[in-house]
Design a protein around this ligand. Sequence first.
Ligand code: G3P
Ligand code: CA
Length: 359
Amino acid sequence: MKKAVVCCIIAISLLLNTDGNVFGGAEIAKASSISTYKTTANINMRKGASIKSSRILVVPKGKKVIYISKKRTKNGTWYKMKYKNKKGWLNGQYIKVVKTIKSVKHENTPNAAKVKTTKENIAIHPLIIAHRGGANHLASEHSLLAYKQAVDKKADYIEIDLRLTKDNQLIAMHDETVDRTTNGTGKVSDYTLQQLKQLSLSDGQKIPSLEEIFARFRKTTKYYIETRKVDGKTVMEDELLKLVHQYGLEKQVIIQSYSQDSLKRVKSLDPNISLILLLVGDTVKNVNINAVKQYAIGVGPYAQLIDKSFVDRMHQANLKVHAWFDHSNEKELIHKTLQYGVDGVFTDYLADTQKMIKK
Ligand code: G3P
Ligand code: CA
């Protein structure tokens, strides 16, 4: 096995010049600057390598690919790898070739014309985030059962919208009021946690607190948590970070917000937590990339407002793109959005999205 890996590294090294540009003919698509992409070219490995043909995978500059394990499928041998960046370990991802490229040069202007809009352009294993826990007809959104189903189906992250109760407890709920999702009425902030527990979600379950969710799933999943300002103030972040630290989940959370102040507050409490700035409306086209880079790992734009050039622009700046949809337009937009090469999608149709992205 070791031999095969070495052969792969050598073979691919031969395809790279000292600047790290990819050689190999016009059929090899240029990689954009951040996400891991498959190219469209088949590369013959050296004699003796156990992989007869495979694909080049270009990793972001400075990221060291580390081989962990392999598995054989009818589609070939796949290697699970990790790569490391300044912020710490990222997710294990499946790639087809194991190698280390230390000097891949960033493409300042990815050649969009040469990047085919086929399945090959989908970033390798974009994160699949179970939106509101994988809102579906089987369980109420943001309920422990919805989260359990998403965890069982191996969503990469479960998404949690936060609200703060009258007694400063964080709960999982999207809306400001309990009207739409429970049998009660009124603002979450007018209820204590104990009072909220008297209400029922549409399927009879109880509203979970963030702590209950952490206590239930611990490190068996990852958490993609949305903060909001309350009355213009950043009041959720301290309690949130307290719980993240208490449960040792620093490396298993991404915190998202439309509020830069909120994200900056989180960063001040723990500079190692991954942060995503949500974008909607004019903030998508007007996003200040240099400002975002100071504190976040990427952006979370409304999918309807992006195109490939937006994704490329973010990747050139080394920013991730995690796109979200409305329940009503996800089916229409998701395939196109994945083709843009986004690094993650929030989905209400977990199983369908997982099928779309073969691991
Ligand atoms: O947080 C990203 C995405 O969830 C935005 O949609 O459901 O919070 O309105 P939502
Ligand atoms: Ca959300």
